[in-house]
Design a protein around this ligand. Structure first.
Ligand code: G4P
Length: 545
């Protein structure tokens, strides 16, 4: 196995700048330890410089990557942020994703900007519901997944049982790169299968001890581990060597085999071993499909796409940032690029990168990097930026809203801020806005998760100074209408269906029940319904061809 390591290390040293980028996200169920692991990774990378940046429990719980007040109140991470750090000549771009399922849409878009994912599992809980959902998103994108089993300092499931669970529930084979010796109070450390080394568990990083073990049968190891654990380690490793999957970088790249690591994030144990291996085997940026071709990360011309928009990142400045994932070429500060959707030329004069709450101006960046650019209200999620030519990346998938509410502003003096807030927050993609033909004074909001409404109300107040009235509506489905006949000529249940328009003036039907939706389809056989506006546009495009 060590030959693999050497080859990967050589590539890391020699490659062009993009080959030294690793752009990834951590996926996990809440409480698995994502915040803790993120902080330890940042510490390794030196991105958190003073110990004070990692605050006491309450503050830390919300990670340095969180900045929104509501996240602090609720103890959940609702927005995705980007954190960058360097480790051993490699630049790591860590895309933070919200763990709460109500924000799966945001997570989905963030994963579109990632080249790999780290699946974090609590050793005691195994594969949990949110892990499964996020894993599915990664699988759809076909990105490699690395597994870190956390909390070995506590008693948890047997590691073979965890491997079996990962295969049974997620349908992916695993290959342990490190292997735990004991757990909970008996946790002794990890054995590095690739380079035959034992790392003794200690909760103090400075006391970390690493012992070369060329031969697991060496009885001196029994003195270190105790006889029973030494015997068990020999049996375990033999079983893995004989019956386990061999490490195959191609299968890892295809997302069919997950390299597996064990440790304790809170004790900062096993994290370095993971990071060392991760930078070697996680893929650098690869080619990306465009609407009519492909771009390669080494292509000289800059291309990138907007995967996230965030308003009011800094309340003092009231600014809006579009996050761009670079797909090819070299980015240089002040360069002029085409905003492909509108055909406008724009100058990227104040690009930024993010280190927790700190931002720094970027002078240059390469494929794989994420830059934040000032958004004067021009960008939409999925927009392509290109230095030359008419490149366009395919649109990012959007989800169909399942929760609806009527929203209005009781104070007429606040009308302007109300509309500004709605426009900006909908451009972030957190909520979708609909209008009814004859009612201009209020709007209908659609969201994928209920919590998005709470965040919306909070942010309208905190960031735009507007108290809004919200009334939940009983609709459950939004469908974009695909029909030659105008909606007024169609037959449908007018009590259980509401006709609205989206921001591009497309007709959307909100249904209270599946029955009402089916009824419309039965009565109007020429009508088709689409779950999102993207689906509608794609279908109309195919019809024209
Ligand atoms: P999340 O972002 O995935 O939601 O998880 P977070 O890091 O906030 O960790 C959730 C809880 O698990 C925290 O405990 C944290 O301290 C604990 N934890 C994280 N990694 C480990 C580990 O390796 N071993 C053990 N034993 N615990 C771990 P908490 O009680 O909610 O907070 P705290 O009082 O410990 O800070």
């Amino acid at each position: 196995m060590s030959v693999e390591l050497e080859r990967a290390a050589a590539l890391l040293d020699e490659g062009p700048p993009y080959a030294r980028r690793r752009t990834f996200a951590i996926i996990s169920h809440p409480d698995a330890g994502k915040t803790t692991l993120t902080e330890k990774l940042l510490l390794f990378g030196g991105a958190i410089r003073e110990a004070g940046a990692v605050k006491g429990r309450k503050a830390r719980r919300h990670a340095t990557s969180d900045w929104m007040e509501i996240e602090k109140q609720r103890g959940i991470s609702v927005t995705s942020t980007v954190l960058q750090f360097d480790y051993r000549g490699c630049r790591l771009n860590l895309l933070d994703t919200p763990g709460h399922e109500d924000f799966s849409e945001d997570t989905y878009r963030t994963l579109a900007a990632a080249d790999s994912a780290v699946m974090l599992i609590d050793a005691a809980k195994g594969v949990e519901p949110q892990t499964i959902k996020l894993f599915e998103v990664c699988r759809m994108r076909g990105i490699p997944i690395f597994t870190f089993v956390n909390k070995l300092d506590r008693h948890g499931k047997d590691p073979f049982e965890l491997m079996e669970e990962i295969e049974r529930v997620l349908g992916i084979r695993s290959c342990p790169i490190t292997w735990p010796i004991g757990m909970g109070p008996d946790f002794q450390g990890i054995y590095h299968r690739m380079d035959g080394r034992f790392e003794r568990f200690t909760s103090r990083t400075e006391d970390m001890e690493s012992i070369d073990v060329p031969d697991l049968g060496d009885p001196s190891l029994a003195e270190v581990l105790g006889e029973p654990l030494w015997r068990k380690l020999q049996e375990d490793i033999e079983l893995l060597d004989v019956a386990g999957d061999p490490f195959d970088p191609d299968l890892v790249r295809q997302g069919r085999l997950t390299p597996m690591y064990f440790g304790s994030a809170i004790a900062n144990f096993g994290v370095a071993a993971f990071l060392e291996s991760f930078i070697r085997f996680a893929p650098p940026p690869g080619p990306r499909e465009t609407v009519d071709g492909r771009v390669h990360p080494g292509d000289p011309a800059f291309t990138g796409f907007v995967f996230k928009i965030q308003a009011n990142m800094n309340p003092a400045h009231r600014d809006r940032v579009a996050f761009v994932r670079i797909c090819s070429g070299k980015f240089e500060r002040g360069m002029t690029v085409a905003h492909v959707r509108t055909g406008k030329r724009i100058s990227l004069s104040q690009p930024q990168q993010f280190f927790g709450q700190e931002r720094e101006t970027v002078d240059e960046a390469y494929a794989g990097d994420i830059i934040g650019i000032h958004d004067p209200g021009l960008f939409r999620i999925g927009d392509t930026l290109a230095e030359r030519g008419q490149v366009a990346f395919p649109p990012l998938p959007s989800f169909s809203p399942e929760h609806f509410a009527r929203v209005s502003v009781p104070n007429a003096m606040k009308y302007k801020q109300f509309h500004k807030g709605i426009a900006e927050l909908s451009e972030e993609g957190a909520i979708q806005v609909f209008r009814q033909a004859n009612r201009t004074e209020d709007l209908i909001l659609g969201a994928v998760g209920q919590l998005q409404f709470d965040v919306f109300v909070y942010r309208m107040k905190a960031e735009y100074g507007v108290d809004v009235d919200m009334v939940r509506l009983p609709y459950q489905f939004a469908r974009w209408l695909d029909s030659k006949d105008p909606v007024d000529n169609l037959q449908f249940d007018r009590y259980a269906t509401l006709v609205v328009r989206d921001r591009d003036e497309r007709t959307v039907l909100l249904f209270q029940t599946e029955f009402a939706m089916q009824w419309l389809l039965d009565k109007n056989p020429n009508v088709r319904l689409h779950k999102t506006s993207l689906e509608l546009v794609a279908s109309q495009g195919r019809a024209e061809e």
